[in-house]
Design a protein around this ligand. Structure first.
Ligand code: HZT
Ligand code: MN
Ligand code: MN
Length: 422
């Protein structure tokens, strides 16, 4: 079977991202090169010196970030100061920090995270521009995934896609990704959650946004964006998760949306949450719910969190419904001897291609698997894989999501996935 690294040549015409060439592209003769990265120019001029094309991202994105950042240093995210009385830090906390970073230089860790975040920003900038009603969901997913693979310079389990591209519509809040053969097309009235992940050395950037082509739902999107901003602003070292949820709830519930002449409250989805992230582990063990609760667990120095909120015009509660696309190895699963040959073989392929990172059925096919469904279901039934079916509110309702990944640095909080768009 084919390794995930054996990517097929994605033939993309070399088009410059910017229709206007930069001034420093102009040659001695004063003529611009008239081309972007990696292509043959149409109007060829004889030149003695090798052309110095301005390196920039293409549309669709194809240029690996090592070409755009030759010094290997990636930009910091947005910095936010911690709030209140969090100046005093004991020595023991410093020691726990050193332990958490276990042998790895924080600067190296941060740089890996920032590289993943820069890939996310560049891929989503194109996705926002390109996604339009009438497109097939499968093409949207593959465009995002091809962009991610190219920009992060996918290399086995070293760096690549962090988890399957979520493209959940309307009352589906999360965890829908097209399965092979899906013919679903994006509609004019659909509310689309775009949730994708990038990892570098297992450091996963998890960030999501919502698109709506009908302005009716703009207040819903605004409510959820504001609630996520509240979550980011109020997050910090020693903050209790149950209290943080209360602030998110308060912001979300201060909005309403009028649909067909009816005013609806925006409800935080009570059984969805943000989460801590560990290397190669999308769910690190801590959850940030969206409704006030008595969870006294505190955020800690050095921890890494996906702050995500979901709002709904429906019940504000989701159930698992529909065909599953997302799966992941259970990180601390006990060893189970497998008798089914097909399940053993599939598990070998999963270990080789994804390790403990989430994957979807399309990625299995890309890795050369076929007729894997029985084996896949067996691995779920045996407690080796976790299935993550689509999470749905009531039919007819609309849900929105915004998500950023934040790093609780000792000195300040860094919103690593922050961009110009959100
Ligand atoms: C699970 C499977 C994936 C984590 C949140 C999430 C997308 O709902 C504890 C809190 C990708 C991510 C996840 F393939 N989930 N963020 N982005 N989904 S979760 C969760 O399962 S576990 C939240
Ligand atoms: Mn996400
Ligand atoms: Mn998440």
């Amino acid at each position: 079977m084919t390794a995930a690294t054996d990517k097929k040549a994605d033939e993309v015409p070399p088009v410059s991202a910017d229709p206007e060439e930069e001034v420093d592209d102009v040659e001695e003769d004063g003529a611009p090169e008239g081309q972007g990265a990696g292509g043959e120019g149409k109007k060829k001029k004889k030149k003695k010196k090798p052309k110095k094309k301005k390196l920039e991202q293409t549309e669709p994105p194809t240029v690996g970030l090592s070409k755009l950042f030759p010094d290997g240093k990636y930009p910091e995210g947005e910095l936010q100061d911690y709030k209140d009385d969090n100046a005093y830090r004991t020595t023991s906390e410093e020691k726990r920090y050193n332990e958490r970073m276990a042998m790895e230089d924080p600067e190296v860790t941060y740089n890996n995270i920032r590289r993943a975040a820069e890939v996310h920003r560049q891929v989503r900038r194109y996705a926002r521009k390109y996604i339009k009603p009438g497109m097939r969901m499968i093409d949207i997913a593959e465009t995002i995934e091809n962009g991610t693979r190219a920009l992060v310079e996918e290399n086995g389990l070293e760096c690549g896609i962090g988890f399957p591209t979520g493209l959940s519509l309307n009352h589906v809040a999360a965890h829908y990704s097209p399965n092979p053969g899906d013919t679903l097309v994006l509609g004019e009235k659909d509310v689309l959650k775009v949730d994708f992940g990038v990892h570098v050395k297992g450091r996963i950037v998890d960030s999501a946004f919502t698109l709506s082509f009908d302005p009716t739902y703009d207040p819903l999107l605004e409510a959820v964006k504001a609630a996520t901003e509240t979550g980011i602003r109020e997050a910090g070292i020693d903050v209790r998760l149950g209290e943080l949820a209360g602030y998110i709830q308060e912001t979300m519930e201060s909005y309403e949306v009028e649909v067909n002449g009816k005013v609806l409250p925006v409800k935080p989805i009570e059984n969805l949450s943000g989460h801590s992230i560990n290397p190669y582990q999308i769910h690190g063990g801590k959850s940030v719910l969206l409704v006030k609760n008595d969870d006294q667990t505190k955020m800690e120095e050095g921890e890494y969190f996906a702050i995500e909120t979901f709002g709904s015009t429906g019940r504000g509660k989701v159930i698992e419904q529909g065909e599953c696309s997302h799966y992941a190895r259970i990180v601390d699963a006990p060893h189970v001897p497998l008798r089914l040959t097909s399940a053993k073989s599939l598990l070998n392929s999963i270990n080789k291609n994804f390790g403990t990172l989430p994957f979807c059925r399309r990625y299995l096919e890309r890795a050369g698997e076929s007729k894997y469904l029985l084996a896949l279901n067996h691995l779920v039934a045996q407690g080796i894989l976790q299935d993550y079916p689509p999470l749905c509110d009531v039919r007819g309702s609309m849900t929105a999501q915004f998500e950023h990944t934040i790093l609780l640095r000792p000195t300040r909080k860094e919103v690593v996935s922050r961009g110009e768009d959100y």
